[in-house]
Design a protein around this ligand. Structure first.
Ligand code: GTP
Ligand code: MG
Length: 195
């Protein structure tokens, strides 16, 4: 689906370290532990490409992955609670916000939301930032394997209600499970279709 190789390019700790903005770029943002890195692995079909773990705050750099020769897929540090020293967390949170508001080649931010929790106030803060920077964002519900079918309605209602307030929100939601593979092919084709 992605012509050519999928590979890790680099981890970035300051805006000055970003690669040239000459490719189509999409990123995975979301609260710590929501499943960003696991979703990178699922979408690329490479089990250990991005480092995932049960410790919130695992990803502490902006990690660039190449999808073929014209796209970047970007794994971001999480926002919200993280299991790391405050000063360190503040540093990567500042970088995250700079990145989300100042990256010219960023075509879409996928904002990952845990299916069990729905949209939280910290998610809304990030969504407001994306509105202001006019970066289109699309919500990806993660860990769908963790909820029962009967819980879908309430989840989708909450998410749609919150998104209605955000002009930069893309209306279509994506329901995924990195664990079970649900929704992964769909997300892959959405990414491949962003031009
Ligand atoms: P940070 O880098 O700390 O911000 O976290 P992250 O958003 O990258 O989350 P990560 O992918 O590291 O996953 C966090 C935890 O959730 C890990 O223990 C994963 O195994 C688990 N997880 C991720 N996706 C799924 C899923 O689809 N289903 C289930 N059941 N667990 C998942
Ligand atoms: Mg991570």
């Amino acid at each position: 689906l992605f012509a050519g190789e999928v590979d890790f390019l680099k981890g970035v700790v300051a805006m000055s370290g970003l690669p040239a903005d000459d490719r189509i770029e999409v990123c995975f943002a979301g609260r710590s532990n929501v499943g960003k890195s696991s979703l990178i692995n699922a979408v690329t079909g490479r089990k250990a490409l991005a480092r995932a773990s049960n410790t919130p705050g695992r990803t502490q750099e902006i990690n660039y992955f190449t999808l073929g020769d014209e796209r970047y897929l970007v794994d971001l540090p999480g926002y919200g609670f993280a299991n790391a020293p405050v000063a360190v967390v503040e540093k990567w949170q500042a970088l995250l916000k700079q990145y989300l508001s100042g990256r010219a080649s960023l075509r879409r931010a996928f904002v990952l939301v845990d299916s069990r929790h729905g949209i939280k106030p910290v998610d809304e803060e990030i969504m407001t930032l994306l509105d202001k920077s006019a970066v289109t964002f699309q919500v990806v519900l993660t860990k769908a394997d963790k909820i029962k079918p009967i819980q879908y309605d309430a989840l989708l209602t909450q998410v749609r209600e919150k998104l209605a307030k955000h002009p930069a929100a893309y209306p279509e939601l994506v329901l995924t499970s990195s664990e079970k593979g649900e929704g992964i092919a769909n997300l892959r084709s959405i990414i491949a279709g962003i031009g």
